[in-house]
Design a protein around this ligand. Structure first.
Ligand SMILES: [Zn+2]
Ligand SMILES: [Zn+2]
Length: 93
């Protein structure tokens, strides 16, 4: 499941600020989502589950999209679905 605005934003190191509407494209999607690194680790290929979470505008430096990766937990990814979280359970950053 993809979460743009997490239930507990304080736990996540980088929330993009702004008035973006939540994206519903993954609503009802029961497939697991993986960041780029986890996807490559687990499947040997990037399935881009967490790619393109934004609205098309470039992220500011140091910002990212909050997401839940099935491999490394609540994290922050960039527009390419690359895990950027300082708190990544797997230490991807
Ligand atoms: Zn991951
Ligand atoms: Zn990670």
């Amino acid at each position: 499941m993809t979460i743009l605005w997490g239930d507990d934003p304080d736990r996540l190191p980088a929330n993009r600020m702004g008035s973006i509407e939540p994206i519903a494209k993954t609503e009802g999607n029961v497939m697991a989502d993986f960041c780029k690194q986890c996807s490559e680790e687990i499947f040997g290929e990037d399935f881009e589950d967490l790619k393109g979470l934004g609205d098309g505008t470039p992220l500011e430096p140091g910002m990212g999209w909050t997401a839940l990766c099935e491999g490394c937990g609540p994290t922050v990814v960039d527009d390419n679905g690359i895990c950027k979280s300082d708190g990544c359970l797997k230490g991807h950053n």
